[in-house]
Design a protein. Structure first.
Length: 50
């Protein structure tokens, strides 16, 4: 008799991996935070002209 048990399955039943699921959740939040963050004052005054 073996006491070893198989580890729980890492992937959900629908076939989406945990990594893919995590990226789908976090990527929109990161992009939204980057888009909505306040601009620096120097950029607002035109200090970044090229």
């Amino acid at each position: 008799m073996h006491a070893y048990q198989k580890p729980a399955r890492a992937e959900p039943d629908n076939g989406t991996s945990v990594v893919t699921f995590t990226l789908l959740l976090t990527a929109p939040a990161v992009l939204a935070a980057a888009a909505l963050r306040p601009r620096s004052r120097s950029a607002a005054r035109g200090g970044r002209r090229g």
